[in-house]
Design a protein around this ligand. Sequence first.
Ligand code: BG6
Length: 473
Amino acid sequence: MSERIFPNNFLWGSASAAYQVEGAWDKDGKSESIWDKYVRIPGTTFKETNGNLAVDHYNRYKEDVQLMADLGLKAYRFSIAWTRILPNGRGEVNQAGIEFYSNLIDELIAHNIEPVVTIYHWDLPQGLQDEYAGWESREIIEDFVNYAAVLFEAFGDRVKYWVTLNEQNIFMTLGYVQAVHPPKVSNYQRMYNANHIANLANALTIKKFRAMGMTGKIGPSFAYNPAYSIDSKPENVIAAENYEAFNSSFWMDVYINGKYPKTVLKGLEKLDVTIDIRPEDHEVLANSRPDFLGINYYQTNTAAYNPEDGVSIGKMNTTGEKGSSEEAGVPGFFKRVQNPFVERTNWDWEIDPQGLKLGIKRITNRYDIPVMITENGLGEYDKLTEDKQIHDDYRIDYLSSHVDAIGEAIAEGSEVIGYCTWSFTDLLSWLNGYQKRYGFVYIDREEDDATAKLTRYKKDSYYWYQELIKKHS
Ligand code: BG6
């Protein structure tokens, strides 16, 4: 792959999220988020892990930024905890929260690292969940837009790239259908209404950004698993089309064109779902095309026909025991099956770099919008050797093949403005504990906070990415 394919200003980055790295969950005026509360319900996370301490980035951010700088990172994507900025969800701003992120941003800029700020990465203030059921109430729209405006005001002079909502499709489906994220609900009707409200919040945040005269770029991050058909049997191909429409176009069409795909709206009738779309909503959605689409890519999904009495919600693999996930789908529309042509991780995630190329090309063809890869990475067990090294050649293989796939997509006509690996340091995987590692930097901790040493060690992939960035600069 020719190095010149990637533009000079390409954002070679890496990412994280507040709850997964910061710790200090109740420090300096921070209030409780829905995740702070959820992880305390027995049996919800792997070995009861939580982000109370996480990898202590709140106290060690300078050390972490130094590691980024030594690597040569051009961009760092991180999220802001709403609960640090507005402990009551709205109203009085907590200056200590502003100060923490302001210092982090300054530290990054001082090391020539572009901050990419995610406004919302799932950690809703618990107070808003209690008061009006969070995303299920239209009251959240105003609160969310005001929260975003506080961030634009405080950091807009220094932050040029903003991500509105991280993986709305994931926090909605895992929170309101699969019932494995807070608020642990399993109800399609509630999910689709809450999701519509989140769409309005996203659109009005973009509108506010522009109304405030912000000069940067803004867009949501979508978890895109491009769909394949298991084969060319027509009923399977139609299932794959349904899969793509229900799981991807249903979100991306709204973000970009302001409209839901008609076949999905019709299909939802069969599930007894009617979304509460009000006449004035159409205009809101139609006038907030983002500047870029953030894509979090980990894998493709292969679809097959699923009869009316077929599979529905299936068990996810959150233990790292290969082969423990179950088939899942929507009866009458599609089900997800294993792709026989690709390898899988120990958490049953399919490894498919060409799927990233496919996804980027589909986005270009359907929406013609610049893409930022806001997450891509491999969650695996890593081993710290006695001489404190981590030989993660499997991660290097994974990442380098995905970088090649992006290069191919660019060469074939797509616009990609950046690539943030998931993740910079190891961190808490929401449901899978600390044993599922993603970082370039190993963090010396297991599931139990009491034994956490938190020392940082550079993995082999750290040096690989350092070289890659150097080669492309
Ligand atoms: C994305 C999220 O869904 O995938 C991250 O934005 C998450 O927060 C990442 O950690 C990997 O998922 P998991 O379940 O392996 O932690």
